[in-house]
Design a protein around this ligand. Structure first.
Ligand code: G3H
Ligand code: 13P
Ligand code: ZN
Length: 305
């Protein structure tokens, strides 16, 4: 069933588990994510970035909304990193039930003003909103304290930001970053900062850049001819700790991309004569589904639908 992001996340934060927001750009990822959720009886958030909306157009958005409505578990269709009011309106028109407005690169007052404007529009049509405060930068342990402070979410500012904007959930910067190269190979998560934020902000918190970049997946990608440098992700134990402290929404894209591409490379490498796309997209879809399932187990959302 199609529900708002807040409906899923309020329960998650209250009960101390996390819900995965998984990015999709096509049919195979959408099916893999929704099938995993149904098989494990887990709520799920299907995330579409502006790039995804451009790539997949209405074929993607309408497929996502239709499948979410039919699903036997709660599903929210979410705009990931909406960059403008216009972009949010487009998602609202497409039937999304959750939107993110990301003005984290702007100054505090601009972020407040722009986020508030989006909250008013989204709430008017019953859609809930994610906002972001702080910069998502890969941080290493030895980075100086004041340098960390300048980038990462300030707990007191977070409290004021949420009160002034009326946003429903907050993406925090605590050391994670997007992609396969986090924290120059030694990612650092600022759990004490997260604990202070969670103490001041009762809303569900969101962790971006949370992929694990599992070494076995990286190795599989390499073995199949893929080229990737010193990849590193967030350790599962750090994710578990973050959930215990108040993170309710955990974003994962990179791990799914890696699994999908590794399997396509592997299949085509083994069968150079194959040109039926179903023969390599099928196993790739299965690999995405397996990764989604293992993330749901880690987040503790299994059986929570
Ligand atoms: O945070 C970004 C997501 O991984 C989506 O990436 O903008 O390349 O679709 P994208
Ligand atoms: P990863 O690149 O770690 O998968 O993060 C994805 C994300 O935050 C999407 O918004
Ligand atoms: Zn993100």
């Amino acid at each position: 069933m199609l529900v708002t992001g807040l409906e899923i996340l309020k329960k998650a934060r209250a009960e101390g588990y996390g819900v995965g927001a998984f990015n999709t750009n096509n049919m195979e990822f959408t099916q893999a994510i929704l099938e995993a959720a149904e098989e494990l009886r887990s709520p799920v958030i299907l995330a579409l970035s502006e790039g995804a909306m451009k790539y997949g157009g209405r074929a993607l958005t309408q497929m996502a909304v239709a499948l979410a409505k039919e699903a036997r578990v709660p599903v929210a269709i979410h705009l990931d990193h909406g960059s403008s009011y216009e972009s949010v309106l487009k998602a609202l028109r497409e039937g999304f039930t959750s939107v993110m407005i990301d003005k984290s690169h702007e100054d505090f007052e601009t972020n407040v003003r722009e986020t508030k404007r989006v909250v008013e529009a989204a709430h008017a049509v019953g859609v809930t909103v994610e906002a972001e405060l702080g910069r998502l930068a890969g941080i290493e342990e030895h980075v100086a304290v004041d340098e960390k402070d300048a980038l990462l979410t300030n707990p007191e500012e977070a409290r004021i930001f949420m009160e002034r904007t009326g946003a429903d959930y907050l993406a925090v910067a605590i050391g994670t970053s997007h992609g396969a190269y986090k924290g120059k190979g030694r990612p650092f998560i600022d759990h004490p900062r997260l604990e202070r934020i969670a103490g001041l902000v009762p809303a569900p918190l969101v962790l971006h850049g949370a992929s694990a970049v599992p070494p076995e997946l990286v190795e599989r990608f390499r073995a199949a001819g893929g080229e990737i440098g010193e990849a590193a992700g967030i350790h599962p134990e750090d994710i578990r700790k973050a959930i215990a402290l108040g993170v309710a929404k955990i974003n994962t894209d990179t791990d799914l991309r890696l699994a999908f591409t590794a399997l396509i490379r592997e299949t085509l490498g083994k069968s150079p004569k194959e040109f039926d796309p179903r023969k390599y997209l099928g196993p790739a879809r299965e690999a995405v589904k397996e990764v989604v399932k293992s993330r749901m187990e880690l987040f503790g959302s299994v059986g929570k639908a």
